[in-house]
Write a protein that binds this ligand. Structure first.
Ligand code: GLN
Length: 198
């Protein structure tokens, strides 16, 4: 069966993720389609879901209003499936958002607390070579007004840190990164994500 990967298509880096998934599928010799998701019925037959970077307050509002917050949580409760959240997407996966997080309706799927815009004004955006657990070479990561995980507990496992701050985590079939894996030509993050699809 060809794979169907959904990319939440409300706002943010949607097209870039779609292109990266298509390239990653090809590189892995897998057939599949990648579609933007705006309504619950578009998502129900997806094998995996990406929540892209953007503005987490806006995306969370649109997800809640469209019924997707409820649909994603319900389906995940019934049977886990791979979800990747990047930057704003990481915020939306966290069980706890601190600071000005009150405006955010999170999916609350990962045992972590996140802080939005955690690098401050001096470091609004930057790139760095990141050591990622199980990757044999560093990954060039692009951070843009990025969050960090200030705390993890339970089943949440840390996959990468930058300056001691937690910037990549995994829990069951969910994983979250504080940076933008769709903005480089390195396919490893998307390949890693797609490898969770059974
Ligand atoms: N700062 C944004 C937020 O809090 C996230 C930025 C991003 O996704 N690049 O939602």
């Amino acid at each position: 069966m060809p794979i169907k990967v959904g990319v939440i298509g409300m706002q943010g880096a949607v097209e870039e993720h779609i292109r990266m998934v298509e390239r990653a599928l090809k590189s892995m010799g897998k057939g599949g389609t990648t579609v933007p998701i705006r309504r619950p019925e578009q998502f129900l037959d997806c094998d995996a879901l990406i929540i892209p970077g953007g503005e987490s307050t806006t995306i969370s509002k649109l997800l809640a209003n469209s019924g997707l917050t409820y649909a994603i949580k319900k389906r995940y409760d019934e049977a886990e499936f791979p979800i990747m959240g990047a930057c704003a997407g990481m915020i939306l996966l966290a069980k706890k958002v601190i600071g000005d997080g009150k405006k955010i309706i999170s999916l609350e799927l990962m045992d972590m607390e996140v802080k939005r815009n955690a690098f401050g004004r001096q470091r609004e955006s930057f790139e760095t070579d990141l050591g990622v657990k199980n990757f044999d070479a560093p990954y060039r990561a692009v951070f843009i007004r990025a969050p960090v995980a200030t705390r993890v507990w339970g089943k949440c496992e840390v996959l990468a840190r930058f300056d001691q701050k937690i910037v990549m985590v995994k829990q069951d079939s969910c994983f979250a990164l504080a940076y933008h894996p769709e903005l480089t030509s390195d396919l490893r993050i998307h390949q890693y994500f797609l490898s969770f699809i059974e």
